[in-house]
Design a protein around this ligand. Structure first.
Ligand code: URA
Length: 234
């Protein structure tokens, strides 16, 4: 990618390129808190894509089924190298049935573009497939009821890299209550599958705290290098 193309992409992400890296503070404002996971019973671990989608669309295992317009299953390339995982659908996602289509989604698109990717070349999904009321954080029992769908999606895709955006998704996938500020900046492994996993800020958070976009750009570069470093023989 040429410097001018990269500049255009960084501009699209809203990153002021003159900003020295060391002026921004390490911050986890609004990203602290806990999200734990509850066990679930119904087994989807052997389902193929169509059966998995059907099971998710028919799911009524938690109270979020009552308020949803649509189940937001996931979108993108089922053979993608990159999988992007967010928290839960918001209003627009609930209406359109697709993850990250609201304002945060537009920023996510630009973040992907900054590393030469697009919505079509990655797979995007959420930890929770139905919209929590008034966009509140998903509750542990809701995450617990839904996580099997995400796990099976990860198994079916077999991505080379998982990019997790935001506290709730990161805490869920890494089974921790650490704040995002402590999880980002290094390559983790998705438990049980050893897939490289990088945590970054949620695009909705970046819209509120644009100064953090520089760190998010660093995370994207880390994610890109994690794929290269994880190649067999690399
Ligand atoms: N926030 C998320 O975490 N996921 C979406 O799909 C939309 C907003």
């Amino acid at each position: 990618m040429s410097d001018s193309t990269r500049s255009a992409y960084l501009q699209a992400m809203g990153i002021p390129q003159w900003l020295p890296r060391d002026v921004v503070e390490e911050a986890a404002v609004g990203e602290d808190g806990g999200a734990s996971v509850q066990p679930v019973s119904a087994d989807v671990s052997a389902l193929d894509w169509p059966a998995l989608r059907d099971a998710a669309l028919a799911c009524r295992e938690c109270a979020l089924a009552e308020g949803r317009t649509q189940v937001v299953f996931g979108v993108g390339d089922q053979k993608a190298d990159w999988m992007i995982i967010g928290e839960a659908p918001g209003e627009q996602e609930d209406l359109q049935g697709e993850p990250f289509v609201g304002r945060a989604g537009l920023l996510l698109n630009n973040m992907l573009m900054a590393v030469g990717l697009s919505r079509e070349t990655v797979y995007i999904a959420n930890v929770v497939k139905c919209r929590p009321p008034r966009n509140r954080d998903p509750q542990p029992e809701e995450i617990g009821a839904c996580q099997r769908f995400l796990r099976r999606q990860i198994e079916l895709i077999g991505p080379k890299l998982i990019l997790v955006v935001g506290r709730v998704a990161a805490q869920t996938l890494l089974e921790t209550d650490a704040p995002v500020g402590r999880m980002r900046g290094r390559v983790h492994r998705y438990p049980g599958m050893e897939i490289p996993l990088v945590v970054t800020y949620h695009p909705a958070y970046l819209l509120r705290r644009p100064i953090e976009k520089r760190k998010s750009w660093d995370d994207l570069k880390l994610a890109r290098s994690a794929i290269t470093d994880n190649r067999p023989g690399a």
